[in-house]
Design a protein around this ligand. Structure first.
Ligand SMILES: [Zn+2]
Length: 602
């Protein structure tokens, strides 16, 4: 018998423990009624309108693992409330080690559900699909060239905050969990800063396995249309070109075709001005690396965001998610060779980024001047006076499907381009940043002795903090100047060479202009407003200013010239005292407002 109990601890240990194999008695033995009964999921047993709790989900994962040698069940980590994060490893030979799986030539898909735990579609879809593959052998050969890591509940604490009070506009299941983790983190903004322990567990798993495709399954609110599922794939360039080609020309095309054939046509996840107005514009959404699929792009891998539509019945949504997972396994399996080659080329391309003049784009915006027309499957809208509120009420008439021909933007302007230095230097005391380097599996070395280096530095100016926390953090938007200066570096300071495949993750962490930089998330707030010397009263400059001019004739001349040439200054006592205060601070705060991450250009 396989060890089917959840095992905590590191994944390496789990792989070793779970290497024993199951009996596999049900594989290929058909679907007699007793077997069918035994392997019905909770969702199927409950009229396709209820989703299992955490314990029931774990029990079902164990049942699959006990009855198929292809299924192994493990823990991907522990939530803050002490729940193990369930992980199914589905592999043709029952392998659980990424190195061995890759040795056998297979690609890896990581699929997760319930990151926003009120959106459980992927959980019920994935459990049925794994049953159909591993127990019923419904899709023979599907695992020949691909293995699946499946996390039915990545946010287990949020999932168990369960009831009818969340997502009241969602068309089933009857009860669901919350959007956030128990610590109130939204994991799908957390992929770079990694505040939530659940995110950290996921990133460890991700970086250990480096899945060629990462699928994250959600449910979206908002405007109503016919599509059960919309999807996010890189459209603009967050993903390195060799992999973007594969994503666009093979995966996206094939997935669209297969979903259409399955009766669930899909459309890119988008924003638009009005879907009822044929002159409005469709803008496919972009995803920087704080999002799950954006994180995959930054790692030179394909990331698929699935957004099922909240108004569609739960059964339809689960069915669509099932088809997306199934077709993704088929497409990756059938294109395993080109996928792996694209991943290798994208890694190699990214590692050369700093050597190219054009370097790296951190953010993209739509170029609305470049579009083509597409057919968009909408509902006709109706307006009537509400008998409840008396207001004019516009709603979708779901008995009246309509196809609008609409402009679809397919081009992007590059914003915030940065040149990539040869290396970033991070002082040894920046423990949080260095810890994140480890979490993201970024390679670095340490200086072996104290040394003075010529480095490019950033100095912040015009900092603006958010008036209230966003995602639990007081965020910072700041301008900065760039200068070359001699910086005293110390033994143990970290050197991050940029000639490595993860340069996109590195740049988004360390370049302040990125929408998900550590500067933006407030990791360096204390360096933007240094506390030193704030206790000196401005009026003390009446004493200190005189003393300074007496000692320094050059300063005296500078002051007198400024006073003579600048009437406003000369008539403002506060500005005069501040002049001397600034000089004092220049002397004692050489590092004032300096971002303590430096760029080595050679
Ligand atoms: Zn969501």
């Amino acid at each position: 018998m396989r060890i089917n109990k959840l095992i905590s601890g590191s994944l390496i240990a789990i792989s070793a423990i779970l290497s024993c194999t199951g009996s596999g008695v049900y594989e290929g033995t058909g679907q007699d009624s007793a077997t069918q009964e035994k392997f019905l999921t909770y969702y199927e047993q409950n009229n396709f309108d209820r989703t299992p709790r955490y314990a029931q989900t774990v029990d079902y994962c164990r049942l699959l693992a006990q009855n198929s040698r292809k299924v192994n069940f493990a823990s991907a980590g522990t939530s803050p409330q002490g729940r193990e994060i369930p992980l199914i490893i589905l592999d043709k030979d029952g392998l659980t080690d990424p190195v061995k799986i890759r040795k056998n030539g297979r690609s890896v898909i990581l699929a997760e559900a319930a990151i926003h735990a009120g959106e459980p579609d992927g959980k019920d879809a994935g459990l049925m699909l794994i049953r159909d593959i591993a127990i019923y052998n419904k899709y023979p050969g599907i695992l020949d060239s691909v293995s699946l890591l499946f996390i039915p509940i990545i946010n287990p604490d949020g999932h168990e905050d369960f009831g009818t009070h969340y997502r009241i506009n969602q068309n089933g299941p009857q009860e669901v969990g919350s959007r956030f983790t128990a610590q109130r983190y939204n994991m799908n903004r957390d992929f770079i800063k990694a505040d939530a322990p659940e995110t950290r567990a996921l990133l460890k798993l991700y970086n250990q396995w480096m899945p060629e495709l990462f699928i994250d399954i959600h449910v979206t609110n908002g405007a109503d249309f016919q599509y059960v599922s919309t999807y996010g794939l890189d459209q603009c360039g967050y993903l390195a070109p060799p992999m973007q080609d594969w994503s666009k020309n093979i995966y996206e095309k094939e997935l669209n075709k297969k979903m259409e054939e399955s009766g669930y046509p899909i459309f890119p996840y988008l924003e638009y001005t009005s879907y009822r107005d044929s002159a409005s514009v469709l803008l496919p959404s972009n995803f920087a690396p704080q999002y799950s699929n954006g994180y995959a792009y930054a790692n030179n891998r394909v990331g698929l965001l699935v957004e099922n539509h909240i108004y569609k019945p739960y059964k339809e949504r689960v069915q669509a998610a099932y088809q997306i997972l199934l077709h993704s396994l088929e497409i990756v399996g059938q294109n395993n060779h080109s996928l792996k080659e694209s991943a290798a080329r994208a890694d190699e391309f990214s590692a050369r980024t700093y050597m190219r003049k054009d370097s790296l784009t951190l953010n993209y915006i739509h170029d609305s001047t470049k579009f083509h027309m597409v057919d968009f499957l909408a509902w006709r809208s109706r307006t009537q006076t509400s008998d409840m509120s008396g207001a004019l009420w516009t709603y979708s008439d779901r008995t009246a499907p309509v196809t609008y021909n609409m402009p679809y933007v397919h081009s992007y302007k590059e914003e915030d381009k940065v040149s990539i230095p040869k290396a970033y230097i991070i002082p040894r005391e920046q423990l949080q940043t260095i810890e994140l380097l480890d979490i993201h599996s970024i390679k670095y070395t340490r200086l072996e002795k104290d040394t003075i280096m010529e480095l490019v530095t950033y100095r912040f100016h015009n900092p603006k903090w958010s008036p209230r926390p966003y995602e639990g953090r007081i965020t910072l938007e700041t301008g900065y100047s760039q200068q070359t200066e001699s910086v005293k570096c110390f033994k143990g300071d970290v050197v991050v060479h940029t000639a490595q495949p993860k340069i996109r993750v590195i740049a988004h962490m360390l370049e302040p202009k990125s929408s998900t930089s550590l500067v933006y998330w407030g990791f360096y707030n204390s360096y933007v407003a240094p506390p030193t010397e704030f206790w000196i009263s401005l009026s003390y400059m009446e004493v200190k200013g005189r003393e300074m001019m007496e000692k320094d004739p050059v300063l005296k001349t500078e002051f007198e010239k400024k006073k003579a040439g600048d009437k406003e200054f000369a008539s403002n006592p506060r500005a005069i005292l501040q002049f001397f205060m600034d000089k004092v601070r220049e002397g004692i705060e050489a590092d004032a407002n300096r971002y303590p991450v430096y760029r080595s250009e050679q």
